[in-house]
Design a binder for this molecule. Structure first.
Ligand SMILES: Cc1ncc(COP(=O)(O)O)c(C=O)c1O
Length: 496
């Protein structure tokens, strides 16, 4: 049975506001009862008439009023960046434990929430197809990537090359600099923004490779490297294959049935057989970065790193004389880069994946709507006289551009910018909010080979991230409206 897609969200029009208020009250009531029952003989330390809260309330009310100036990330009209509402489970799970503030660094700092983190990790391992392994939550994807490269660097004890593609997340170069992994190589990409496999193979024939970092959902375009082929190369040449699935990893839940068995391609809503095969191949890799705070339905503050070979954690072992007193239980901080981490975040993830299992009945069902919205948008753009796609979306991110009178990069850039100016946060009351994807000239030459680019300019495309399941509802109402608005602006700007 599929989990309901409405009941666990505040909703774009605050449809579940009353439910949220009711459940928030229950959290405060439960917390209060607990506090009162702990050594009930202890008298309150507060003054008889309680304290004067008026100054705090005044400051808070001003602060609260300002929160409405934040961009409307909850709306299907916002598809600029990787931002969407968390589930009510995430909000309530977080708050339930935040009130007592456990720290999952050592077991004694958060026994219940450490158990929740281990259970969440086990669910993530299962979703990714790892039958064994180790992992934990991190504060985000950059930290997960950093820890993974640290473990890889020290576990294999050689200075062989680390390869990642030129569309990988910017953090990879920064991480190499921090970890002093100087022997890194940025591989070129093909016209679909996938890592150039010939480059990797040619390099492997001539040199030793320590690790290849593959993308499962590049930040700019959501592109997925050919993981099936990378696994074959890894088996042939013996390197470590880490997948940066910070954005796309949760889409693997959409190819699993309620018992976590793989569905056939035709039984899923996955965009293409290519994407389906790469999601499946995740199981054959060595380590994974996967962010609950991107497509895992929770709020910001949760990444995760998973290792198939638990031995990799040994290179990170760290002890301390003043903590880790409970030795027969997991002390996650002994094997992680970060120290203190919020137990509340583990609770948010755990409650969310209890409510939305990591397969087609839960998260996978929600993400099927994202596939559908991107597919619909791509179809509409591909049949438009005025716009064209730079790629067919592997996931739910679509990059596209306004057509030009001549195939010329300068004109394309001017037109993209004019359209963007009407669909950005800086515009007063924009009908929709989009972002840009700026491709360096060398990548643009591969993606748009027939465009003249005498000045070697970067190419600016428009970008829409269809993360919200709201986009696909009501026969793709907001996807269709977005394309109508784009056509309207194109006509006003370039046809009148
Ligand atoms: C593919 C990928 N990797 C890593 C990161 C970094 O994650 P974070 O911003 O959570 O540190 C991102 C962020 O967008 C990403 O998309």
């Amino acid at each position: 049975m599929k989990t309901d897609i409405f009941s666990n969200y505040l909703g774009p029009k605050a449809e579940n506001a009353e439910l949220l208020k009711e459940l928030l009250n229950k959290i405060v009531d439960t917390q209060s009862e607990w506090r009162k029952s702990f050594h009930p003989e202890d008298a309150s330390l507060f003054p008889k008439n309680n304290s004067d809260n008026s100054q705090f309330i005044e400051i808070f009310e001003k602060f609260l009023a300002q929160s409405k100036n934040n961009p409307p990330y909850f709306s299907p009209r916002y598809s600029a960046q990787m931002l969407k509402d968390p589930t009510l489970s995430a909000i309530l799970g977080y708050l339930t434990y935040m009130l007592s503030n456990p720290n999952n660094h050592a077991y004694e700092g958060g026994p219940l929430t450490t158990e929740m983190e281990m259970k969440t990790t086990s669910m993530l391992l299962t979703m990714c197809g790892y039958s064994e392994g180790w992992g934990h939550l991190t504060s985000g994807g950059s930290l997960a990537n950093t820890e993974a490269l640290w473990a890889i660097r020290d576990f294999y004890k050689n200075d062989d090359a680390v390869i990642f593609s030129s569309v990988c997340h910017y953090s990879w170069k920064r991480i190499c600099s921090i970890l002093k992994v100087d022997n890194f190589i940025e591989a070129p990409v093909d016209s679909k923004l996938h890592i150039d496999l010939n480059f990797v193979e040619d390099y492997a024939k001539r040199n030793k490779i320590k690790a290849v970092i593959g993308n499962l959902g590049s930040t700019g375009a959501g592109s997925i490297d050919d993981i099936v082929s990378l696994v074959q190369l890894k088996n042939k040449f013996g390197f470590h294959l880490h997948i940066d699935a910070a954005y796309g990893g949760f889409f693997r839940s959409s190819i699993l049935d309620e018992n976590n068995k793989r569905l056939s391609f035709n039984a899923t809503s996955v965009n293409s057989e290519y994407t389906y095969n790469q999601l499946n191949a995740l199981k054959d890799t060595d380590s994974i970065t996967i962010d609950p705070h991107k497509q895992g339905l929770v709020s910001y503050g949760a990444g995760a790193v998973l290792y198939k070979n638990e031995k990799l954690k040994s290179v990170m072992l760290n002890t301390a004389p003043y903590t880790y007193h409970i030795t027969d239980k997991p002390n996650i901080g002994m094997f992680s880069m970060e120290g203190s981490r919020p137990g509340a975040m583990a609770a948010a993830c755990y409650l969310t994946y209890l409510t939305y299992p990591l397969n087609i009945s839960g998260v996978g069902n929600i993400l099927s709507y994202s596939f559908s919205a991107a597919k619909k948008f791509s179809e509409l753009i591909n049949t438009s006289n005025n716009f064209a796609s730079i790629h067919s979306p592997d996931l739910d991110i679509c990059c596209f551009f306004p057509k030009t009178s001549k195939k010329n990069v300068a004109e394309l850039n001017t037109r993209s910018q004019k359209i963007y100016d009407k669909f950005c946060l800086q515009t007063e009351n924009p009908s929709f909010i989009l972002s840009k994807f700026v491709m360096p000239a060398d990548i643009a030459k591969i993606v748009l080979p027939d465009f003249d680019n005498p000045l070697n300019e970067s190419v600016t495309a428009l970008r829409s991230v269809f993360m919200k399941h709201w986009n696909a509802l009501d026969d793709h109402r907001y996807v269709i409206l977005l394309t109508e608005k784009l056509e309207e602006v194109f006509a006003e700007e370039f046809l009148s």
